[in-house]
Ligand binder design. Structure first.
Ligand SMILES: [Zn+2]
Length: 321
C-alpha cells in the first residue's frame, strides 16, 4: 500500500464518508439523556465508526490490537458521530426554514412537536436533547416554543466545536490511565495529525514509526502483557543485552547495546547543543515529539534497522520469492 495520509483522509471524507452518512440526519436519532458521554455511548458500536477506525489502522498500517486512543490521536481524527450530530442539526434547520411548503415534511415536524408535548420519544426529541446538552435553550422561554426557532449556522458550528473539544478532553483523560499507552502519553499530549506521516518519505520507515509509537511491536514490554499469568512490568527485561533493563521503547531508542552502532549513525546526530545535555527521559520525549523532518526520518530509519529489521527481511524475502 502506498498513500499520502492527509490526501487519503481528504479523499475518504469527500467520497466515502458522504455515502456512509446517507440519511444519518434521520436515522441518527437516540433516546434522550444528558449523560456527558452520550454520543460515544449511543454511536460506539456503529458500523460507521468501525470503518472509521479501520481506515485509521489502514493508513497507519497497524494491527487490530492498536488502542483506539492512539488511532484517533496519531491522525487527529474525530469519531463519525460528530458528523451525525451536525447533519441532524442542519437538517432540522432546513426543515424549519423550508419555504417549498413540503406538506409531508411539515406535517411530520408538527407531529414530532405533538409527540414532544406528550412526552414521547421521537426524532425531534433527539434534537431537543442536543440543544439541552449544549445549553442552547433560553430559560425564560418554553423549550417547545424555542424548538420552532431555527438555529443560525454559527450556533451549529459552536455545538460541533464544543463536541470536538469534549471528545479531545475525554481522549486526554483516557490516555492518562491507559496501561498500553504508558509510553505514548509521555510524548503525545496534543490531539493533532502527526507530521511524521508527511515528513517520512520512505513508506516502510513511516509505518514502522507508527507501529513503534502505538506499541505495535514485539518488545518485551508488550509481549509481557499477553503471557499467562501477565508478566510484571519490571520483569519484562531486555534479552538482547546485559543491562537487565525493561525492554521498552525508550530502552531501544537510547540504551540497548545491541543497537549501539545504528544509534550512532541515526540517533546521536539528531541532537543539538541543548538537547544533547538532557537526561534520558527528556531526550526520549525530545526525539519523539520532534517534528523536524530529518529527525523523524532518522528515528524511523533506526527503527527499520533495529527492532523491525526481521520483519523487513521477511517482507523482502517474501517479495523476492
Ligand atoms: Zn537491551
Amino acid at each position: 500500500m502506498s498513500c499520502d495520509a492527509e490526501n487519503f483522509l481528504y479523499v475518504f471524507d469527500h467520497t466515502v464518508k458522504p455515502v456512509l452518512l446517507y440519511a444519518s440526519e434521520i436515522v441518527g436519532m437516540f433516546k434522550p439523556s444528558l449523560d456527558d458521554n452520550l454520543f460515544e455511548k449511543v454511536y460506539k458500536y456503529l458500523p460507521l465508526e468501525k470503518l472509521n477506525l479501520s481506515l485509521c489502522r489502514y493508513i497507519l498500517s497497524v494491527n487490530k490490537k492498536t488502542s483506539k486512543l492512539a488511532l484517533y490521536g496519531e491522525l487527529g481524527r474525530y469519531p463519525i458521530y460528530i458528523d451525525i450530530v451536525s447533519s441532524m442539526l442542519k437538517y432540522w434547520t432546513r426543515l424549519e426554514n423550508d419555504k417549498t411548503g413540503d406538506k409531508l415534511l411539515s406535517h411530520a415536524l408538527a407531529e414530532n412537536l405533538l409527540m414532544i408535548e406528550n412526552n414521547q420519544n421521537c426524532w425531534l426529541s433527539s434534537i431537543k436533547n442536543i440543544l439541552k446538552k449544549f445549553n442552547m435553550f433560553n430559560s425564560n422561554e418554553s423549550e417547545l416554543t424555542q424548538l420552532h426557532v431555527s438555529m443560525k449556522n454559527g450556533d451549529i458550528q459552536r455545538i460541533i466545536k464544543s463536541t470536538k473539544s469534549k471528545f479531545e478532553s475525554r481522549w486526554f483523560q483516557q490516555l492518562q490511565t491507559s496501561e498500553k499507552l504508558r509510553t505514548y502519553r509521555t510524548f503525545k499530549n496534543i490531539f493533532k495529525f502527526e507530521n511524521y506521516l508527511v515528513n517520512i518519505c520512505n513508506e516502510n520507515d513511516k509505518y514502522n514509526m507508527s507501529r513503534y509509537r502505538t506499541s505495535n511491536h514485539r518488545l518485551q514490554i508488550e509481549l509481557g502483557r499477553y503471557t499467562i499469568p501477565k508478566t510484571p512490568v519490571n520483569d519484562r527485561t531486555c534479552k538482547n543485552c546485559s543491562s537487565c533493563e525493561v525492554e521498552d521503547e525508550k530502552h531501544i531508542l537510547l540504551d540497548c547495546q545491541k543497537y549501539f552502532t545504528i544509534r550512532q549513525t541515526y540517533i546521536d546526530i539528531c541532537y543539538n547543543k541543548n538537547s544533547s545535555k538532557l537526561n534520558t527521559d527528556n531526550k526520549f520525549i525530545w526525539l519523539m515529539s520532534n517534528e523536524h523532518a530529518n529527525v523523524c526520518r532518522n528515528i524511523s530509519r533506526f527503527l527499520s534497522l533495529s527492532i523491525f529489521y526481521k520483519t523487513d527481511s521477511k517482507a523482502t524475502e517474501k517479495l523476492s520469492s
